[in-house]
Design a protein around this ligand. Structure first.
Ligand code: ACO
Length: 314
C-alpha cells in the first residue's frame, strides 16, 4: 500500500508591528492607491527585534498543538528561510533547541520557493521510511534586506512564519510535486551581497519577475494536473505564493480557476517569501475554508529562479 506524506498540523505567526501603505507613503514617493492597484497589498507586518527563529517558534508551537505531536517525537526539521538568524549555525538548530526537539535539523534556501522545496524534500524522507514526523517551516524577516528608500521593492515585502507537521500515513496526502531551477535569471532578482559587502539589499526587475512568474507557474500547474489525470475544476483550493495579486489572478484566469477558490492573504501580509504559502494555508485552515479531504495546489516561485508546485489532499 502506498505511503503518503500528510499534513497533520498547521501554524503561523505574524509580528505585531504593522506598516500600512499610508505609512510608507510618508517616507517614499508612493501611495496607497498605486500599491493597492499594482500589487493588491494594503499592509505588511514587520519585525522590531524578533528573528526568523522567534517568529518560527510561535508558528511551530501552533502547528505541533494542532497535530498533537510533541517536539521530542519529531524525526526531522527543515527550515526554509532567506533571512537566517546567523550565517551559521543553521536557524533550524536554534529552533530545535528552542522547542525542545532533538532530531536532525537543517536550513533550506530557495527564497520564495523555499517552502515548496522544503515540503518536497520532507516528502521524500517519509516515502523512503527515513522519517515519519517532520516539521517544515517557512520563516522570514525580509524587512532586514529591503532598502526602505527603494519604492520599487519596499512596498512588496513583509515578515512572518508558517509551519506544518508532516507525517507518514495510509490516508492520502501529497499526491505529486515538481521542482525547477534556472540560474540564468540571476539579474532579475538578487541580493548582491557576497558576505564582504554587508549591506546587501533586494534588487529586482519587477516586470521581468512578473512575466516569468505568470508563465512558469501557469504552465507548471497545467503539467501537474495533466500528470495526475485531473482538471483544474477538481481543485478545491489553490494556495499560491503571495507575490502580487495580478500574478495570482493571471494564473487563476489561465487555469480557469475562480478567484473564490484561491487563498489570498496578500492584502494583509504582503510578500513574506518562504513563509507566504504556509501562512496562507494556516489562515484558511483555521477559518474553516480548507477542510479535510480537500484537494489543494501549492505553487511558488522565487529568485534564482527556482519554482515548484505540490498537489495534495489535505
Ligand atoms: N509607487 C508609485 N510609483 C511607482 C512605484 C511605487 N511604489 N514603483 C514604481 N513606480 C512607478 C515607476 O517608476 C513607473 O513610472 P514611469 O511610468 O514614470 O516610468 C511606473 O510606476 C510603472 O512601473 P512598473 O515597474 O512598470 O510597474 P508594474 O506595473 O510592473 O508594477 C511591480 C511594479 C509591482 C513591482 C510589479 O512589476 C511586480 O509585482 N512584479 C513582480 C515582482 C515580485 O513579485 N517580486 C517579489 C519577489 S519574487 C516573487 O515573489 C515571485
Amino acid at each position: 500500500m502506498r505511503k503518503f506524506a500528510r499534513i497533520i498540523g498547521t501554524g503561523s505567526y505574524l509580528p505585531p508591528k504593522i506598516l500600512t501603505n499610508d505609512d510608507l507613503s510618508k517616507t517614499i514617493d508612493t501611495s496607497d492607491k498605486w500599491i493597492s492597484a499594482r500589487t493588491g497589498i494594503k499592509q505588511r507586518h514587520i519585525v522590531t527585534d524578533e528573528s526568523a527563529c522567534d517568529l518560527a517558534k510561535v508558528a511551530v508551537n501552533n502547528a505541533l498543538e494542532m497535530a498533537e505531536v510533541n517536539a521530542n517525537e519529531l524525526d526531522l526539521i527543515i527550515f526554509a528561510t532567506t533571512t537566517p538568524d546567523k550565517i551559521f549555525p543553521a536557524t533550524a538548530t536554534l529552533l530545535q533547541t528552542a522547542i525542545g526537539a532533538t532530531c536532525p535539523a537543517f536550513d533550506l534556501q530557495s527564497v520564495c520557493a523555499g517552502f515548496i522545496f522544503a515540503l518536497t524534500t520532507a516528502e521524500q524522507y517519509i516515502k523512503t521510511g527515513a522519517a515519519n514526523k517532520i516539521l517544515v517551516i517557512g520563516s522570514e524577516t525580509l524587512s532586514r534586506i529591503v532598502d526602505w528608500q527603494d519604492r520599487t521593492t519596499a512596498i512588496l515585502f513583509g515578515d512572518g512564519a508558517g509551519a506544518v507537521v508532516l507525517a507518514g500515513s495510509k490516508e492520502r496526502g501529497i499526491l505529486h510535486s515538481k521542482l525547477f531551477s534556472d540560474g540564468r535569471y540571476l539579474s532579475a532578482l538578487q541580493v548582491d551581497n557576497n558576505y564582504i559587502n554587508e549591506t546587501g539589499f533586494i534588487q529586482m526587475k519587477g516586470n521581468e519577475v512578473f512575466k516569468i512568474a505568470v508563465n512558469q507557474l501557469s504552465s507548471l500547474a497545467e503539467e501537474m494536473l495533466k500528470e495526475c489525470n485531473m482538471s483544474a475544476s477538481q481543485l478545491d483550493w489553490m494556495v499560491p505564493h503571495q507575490a502580487n495579486i495580478r500574478i495570482i489572478s493571471a494564473i487563476a484566469k489561465r487555469l480557469k480557476i475562480p478567484m473564490e477558490k484561491v487563498v489570498v492573504t496578500l492584502a494583509k501580509h504582503g510578500n513574506t517569501s518562504a513563509a507566504s504559502i504556509p501562512l496562507a494555508l494556516d489562515v484558511a485552515v483555521r477559518d474553516g475554508r480548507i477542510q479535510r479531504g480537500h484537494t489543494l495546489l501549492f505553487e511558488g516561485i522565487g529568485a534564482g529562479f527556482s519554482w515548484g508546485s505540490i498537489l495534495l489532499e489535505f
